[in-house]
Design a protein around this ligand. Structure first.
Ligand code: XLS
Ligand code: NI
Ligand code: NI
Length: 471
């Protein structure tokens, strides 16, 4: 991020979109009650020898910045910011992008993510749409040069247009597959342009908005999954052909809007990628709310992915417990933020090699422009606290001591032999092992208790020291 002090005018804006603040949001001290300052996120803190921007590579989502805040009971949204004239014009799209950049500058967010359709409206034809994207690229470059804020990942919206009602790559109508490919190829060309012009775009996401089925009885699942794999292979090979080095990632989601989506969760996606030999080219972008829709925690999804070094991004958000919809709320739940950062810090890499994207929108009732600042500040504060808590729990070692004790029986010679068995069938004498099974004491050994409540206490009691880390 460049250090120079900028004003909204430097972003080519005639009016100040956020008159409530006169410069970048500052850290106001722990628990600061000026809500237009950070109360936990301290951009100057250094933790584990790393800068906060490295530990928390925040990205803002253009689609949620522009989100009209409609819902399933009313398409008519509540978000009518003064900078948006409601038209489909290029100028309106450009003004939105300029305000978006100014917002990220104020917040100290260094990356952003977008679908083709977020940038400019689709309009009357795919051709015109793509021409408008090309016209906007120099604006991205101008703003990126001005601020140092880069694109994190690009993607294509293959779920909004009626053409994609039954999916894109998995549509029963081949025309939709072909049109989806045109959009995807274009966004890979765009990523190449962005990279060549120093604007970032190191990652590219596939979220299969409607890649799944609505009615199983009318669906050829096997054929559709193969089409999806074909589509992904086309992206891999096309990127190679234009010399584009990009980290592809799949964002799992179990359902909604389709009944069942083929990229249901981390385990399912890993199996799918392995089946079609795509594993070397793809990572996982794990979204908290999607994990929740799959009745899992984000920690489960991330742990699955991290164990295989496959996590390349996070869509940090949260849902409303028990609701069952993808409400994409800004993260505020400390335990969710802890569960997000813990698997990443505990992983072999120890840091997220990708983006922590706020795939989050304001509540429908938070329609003031300044709520965009409040919302991101909330998310950044919460994630910072979650990060610090994960660091303390990991680094103080109390948890590891309990885990080590729990698994200690496996550290015996016999345990090691059993753990070798898959590779070395001679490591275990199956007859003898079964014979020993008769001698295993029938009473549990208290030494092997999981002490689960004690484990939870470790997290709770680490909170004060986590807070101190951020001071
Ligand atoms: C929607 C998805 C979407 C992806 C990008 O549920 O989370 O926003 O992140 O296509
Ligand atoms: Ni998402
Ligand atoms: Ni979502």
């Amino acid at each position: 991020m460049k250090q120079t002090q900028l004003t909204y005018k430097d972003f080519g804006l005639a009016d100040n979109p956020f008159p409530e603040v006169d410069g970048p949001i500052q850290f106001g001290g722990i628990g600061c009650m000026d809500l237009l300052k950070f109360g936990f996120y301290n951009g100057n803190a250094v933790i584990r020898g790393m800068a906060m921007t490295q530990l928390l590579p925040f990205a803002a989502a253009l689609w949620h910045f522009k989100n009209g805040l409609g819902d399933m009971f009313s398409d008519q949204g509540t978000n009518n910011p003064p900078w948006d004239d409601g038209s489909d014009s290029f100028e309106n799209a450009e003004r939105n992008l300029r305000v978006f950049y100014y917002m990220m500058y104020l917040l100290g967010i260094e990356y952003w993510c977008w679908h083709d359709l977020d940038l400019v409206p689709f309009g009357k034809s795919l051709e015109k749409f793509h021409k408008n994207i090309d016209k906007m690229l120099p604006v991205i470059k101008e703003l990126s040069d001005l601020t140092g804020i880069k694109v994190g990942w690009t993607t294509q919206n293959l779920f909004s247009h009626p053409r994609y009602t039954d999916g894109a790559a998995t549509n029963s109508d081949m025309g939709s597959f072909v049109m989806g490919w045109a959009q995807t190829k274009k966004m890979l060309d765009v990523a190449k342009w962005l990279q060549d012009n120093g604007c970032g775009a190191t990652h590219h996401t596939f979220w299969g908005g409607r890649e799944g089925y609505t009615l199983l009885l009318a669906t050829m699942i096997g054929r559709e999954k193969r089409h999806l794999a074909t589509f992904l292979w086309m992206a891999v090979r096309y990127a190679q052909s234009i010399g584009l080095k990009i980290q592809f990632q799949i964002e799992p989601k179990p359902k909604e809007p389709s009944t069942h989506q083929y990229d249901r969760n981390a385990e399912v996606v890993i199996g799918f990628l392995r089946e079609f030999k795509l594993l070397p080219y793809f990572g996982l972008n794990i979204e908290t709310n999607h994990a929740q829709l799959d009745d899992h925690s984000v920690a489960h999804e991330l742990t699955d992915g991290c164990n295989k070094s496959l996590v390349t991004g996070i869509d940090g958000n949260q849902g409303t417990r028990g609701l069952g919809w993808d409400t994409d709320e800004f993260p505020s739940d400390l335990m969710i933020c802890f569960e997000t950062m813990f698997p990443i810090l505990a992983s072999k890499e120890g840091v997220l090699n990708g983006f922590l994207n706020f795939d989050a929108k304001r509540n429908r009732g938070s329609y003031a422009p300044v709520d965009l600042l409040y919302a991101h500040i909330l998310g950044m504060d919460a994630m910072a606290l979650g990060l610090a808590l994960a660091v303390v729990v990991l680094d103080e070692g109390h948890l590891q001591k309990l885990i080590d004790a729990r698994y200690q029986s496996w550290n015996s010679r016999q345990g090691a032999a059993i753990e070798r068995y898959i590779e070395d069938p001679d490591s275990v004498d199956l007859e003898q092992l079964a014979a020993e099974g008769y001698d295993v004491p029938l009473e549990l050994d208290p030494a092997n208790s999981g002490h689960f409540e004690a484990v939870k206490s470790i997290v709770l009691r680490s909170i004060p020291r986590a807070v101190a880390l951020l001071e």
